[in-house]
Design a protein around this ligand. Structure first.
Ligand code: TXA
Ligand code: MG
Length: 352
């Protein structure tokens, strides 16, 4: 398939791009587009034939449901048969923005996009291109992250082009994805509001609005035996580069010593080695024969979030085999950064 790639700047797509993308969506095609979190791979959410193409293009298991993107809060009432007070409070506080809300689905939502569940995931993005595309196309857009299943979500135009060129109809390419991690998912369809996936909007912020909320089991550590995460997507191996990542956690000087020791050993064995560090510590790892990736300042979790997936992809581009990573602060969005990094490492965390 030939993929039309439309480059835009500063989120400003012209009428012709929106017209073409809208036509494709209305005709059951696939369009990748930027959002404030990561790139989305969009199709008409209410058309099962269209959404089936998403699963095929990504190689995604069909039991893993999709998020429906809307541009108007009132559309909650079309997609859910039970819009409760909690959902309205969250929408009021965080929409448009990086929060996905799970509610009981209405009859118009086909089971093919909910993995057969009786709930639906809904998000109103704040990115101007995403909003305009939803509004002008006139369809609700089902959109997972625009990566091949199992790979890190795309945060730069080149990532989407790498994964999706030749597989979909159109890519709107624009380097304005600024959060860099997928949305927080809050399930308010049950008794206690539950975070199914951490993101830029934190548990504390959600508690601030709703009074109470909890994290789903196994979000930060590996999923305990016998526990199934509520978001089907959280059980899959994710974000995994080809390299084997080991996270070293502990007091900063001890972490650096252990990383230096292991990186030296691995590179002497002939492995292609990398270290994931912060701007403050990157200099410590020079001269080890390891590639050093700077995730940004330890004082700026948002910067680490923005860089994480690009670094994970760069590991593959440079054919790295073994990675030793520092552990990063877990305040604010740092918790979501460590959630994704720990998954990428297959939960291989060493305490020093
Ligand atoms: O930031 C984002 O959320 C991005 C952008 C494109 O909006 N989208 C995204 O979609 O990350 P995706 O498909 O990569 O992740 C959706 C997650 C999966 O873990 C899926 O299992 C979960 O949401 N999910 C979707 N519907 C659900 C439902 N009804 N109940 C529980 N989990 C659900
Ligand atoms: Mg994804």
């Amino acid at each position: 398939m030939r993929t039309v790639i439309s480059y835009i700047e500063h989120s400003k797509a012209d009428d012709e791009i929106y017209r073409q993308a809208g036509e494709i969506l209305k005709n059951k095609g696939l369009v990748a587009f930027p959002t404030e979190t990561v790139y989305g791979l969009g199709a008409d959410a209410l058309d099962s034939e269209a959404s089936a193409k998403i699963y095929a293009a990504k190689g995604r298991p069909s039991d893993n449901p999709l998020i429906v993107h809307i541009a108007d809060v009132n559309d909650l009432y079309r997609l859910s048969c039970d819009v409760n007070e909690q959902a309205l409070k969250l929408a009021e506080a965080f929409w448009p923005g990086p929060l996905t809300i799970i509610l009981k689905k209405s009859d118009i939502v086909p089971p093919s996009i909910t993995g057969g569940l009786d709930t639906v995931a809904i998000r109103m993005p704040s990115h101007p291109t995403a909003r305009e595309l939803i509004r002008r196309s006139g369809v609700f857009i089902a959109a997972p992250s625009a990566n091949i299943s199992g790979k890190p979500s795309p945060t730069r135009a080149k990532h989407v082009i790498h994964d999706m060129d030749g597989r979909i109809d159109m890519i709107i390419a624009d380097d304005t994805v600024d959060i860099g991690l997928e949305s927080t998912i809050a399930d308010v369809s049950g008794d206690v509001p539950t975070i199914l996936r951490p993101g830029f909007i934190t548990l504390e912020q959600i508690r601030g609005v709703l009074g109470n909320a909890m994290m789903d089991a196994g979000i930060m550590e590996s999923v305990p035996d016998g526990v199934t995460p509520k978001a089907p997507g959280m059980k899959y191996k994710h974000y995994a580069p080809n390299a084997k990542i080991t996270i070293i956690r502990g007091e900063q000087a001890a972490v650096a010593d252990e990383i230096i020791r292991r990186a030296k050993q691995s590179s002497e064995r002939g492995s292609r080695v990398a270290v994931m560090a912060s701007s403050e510590t990157a200099g410590l790892y020079a001269g080890l024969g390891a590639a050093v990736f700077d995730m940004g300042s330890r004082l700026d979790e948002a910067e680490e979030a923005r860089n994480l997936f690009a670094v994970l992809r760069a590991l593959d581009e440079q054919e790295i085999e073994e990675v030793y990573s520092e552990s990063f602060p877990t305040s604010g969005v740092g918790q979501a950064v460590m959630n994704r990094l720990t998954k990428a490492a297959g939960h291989m965390v060493v305490e020093v």
